[in-house]
Write a protein that binds this ligand. Structure first.
Ligand SMILES: [Zn+2]
Length: 285
């Protein structure tokens, strides 16, 4: 369809203007990756949680510990929520993380928390799918561009369909079970996710959000360093490897394993958890 607008005579010149990076990250406080690399050479497993297919489970990670989300049995995508374990109002901020680090996360990138905290909650310290990069379709792994599959969008798109094992509902039930909150209260704490192992992008011609089969294989993992005490929730998405559809029981689904690992405390000598954001919150008043 012809666009209902007339291009100016200098349209090509306007399109040719070079983009600038919105948030150059050179001035971000640098993650001490050498310290983390040294600490992760001697890790002791201290707990694990197996997330069943089409369900979610919560897990807790003390500050200064590592955790891994591991593919087991078969290709499976996971939807991750993170909260400050002591304050559910501080939670992962997918949109600002995307603005800072780009559409997909990998080693060295951080998961930032919501206002007014805006500090690193977790830093990615290993990504066995780091080899994937960006494919010819513009797709990559572990995105912060999707939100989470949810029953409301499903209802809109499927003429009133009711499906109860979308990641949004799985995360809601898991958080309710962990905290004792009624589901309606737990639900408001569920937020946009990190799409672990999911392969996604935007189509080059129409700019639409797309997914394709995850390249993850059993044994692959994404590893994080917990910067603060964390409560996490992970949903094994009903889309399975997200090669065809989600929000149904049609896809083959597999469990995901969350492992919590403790480094030798001596290896973290000098490390302190990041302080909340330094803005004075006067907002010019
Ligand atoms: Zn999902």
């Amino acid at each position: 369809m012809e666009p209902p607008t007339t291009p100016p005579v200098d349209a090509d010149a306007r399109r040719a203007v070079r983009p600038v990076i919105c948030y150059p990250t050179e001035t971000l406080p640098e993650a001490p990756m050498a310290l983390y690399a040294a600490a992760r050479t001697r890790l002791r497993p201290v707990g694990e949680v197996l997330v069943p297919p089409r369900e979610a489970r919560c897990f807790r990670v003390p500050a200064g510990h590592f955790f891994r989300i591991r593919s087991v049995e078969g290709p499976q995508v996971g939807d991750l929520n993170l909260w400050n374990a002591g304050d559910l109002s501080e939670r992962f901020y997918s949109g600002k993380t995307r603005a800072l680090h780009g559409t997909h996360l990998s080693t060295g990138d951080r998961m930032w928390s919501s206002f007014p905290h805006l500090r690193p909650m977790a830093t990615i310290t290993q990504d066995t799918l780091g080899w994937y990069g960006f494919d010819a379709f513009g797709g990559s792994v572990h995105d912060v561009i999707g939100t989470r599959c949810d029953p409301y969008t499903h209802c809109l798109l499927s003429d009133g369909g009711q499906y109860h094992h979308c990641c949004h509902s799985n995360l809601t039930r898991a958080l309710g079970a962990e905290t004792g909150l009624p589901l309606r209260e737990a639900e408001v704490h569920v937020h946009d996710v990190l799409n672990v192992f999911m392969c996604t992008g935007f189509t080059r011609d129409t700019g639409q959000y797309f997914m394709k089969a995850s390249p993850v294989r059993p044994g692959d993992y994404l590893e994080f360093f917990a910067e603060i005490d964390l409560l996490g929730a992970l949903s094994a998405c009903p889309g399975g490897d997200c090669s065809a559809e989600h929000s149904s029981d049609a896809a083959a689904c597999h469990p995901l394993l969350v492992e919590v690992l403790r480094p030798d405390p001596a290896a973290l000598a000098g490390w302190t958890a990041p302080a909340p954001n330094g803005y004075d919150r006067s907002h010019g008043a």
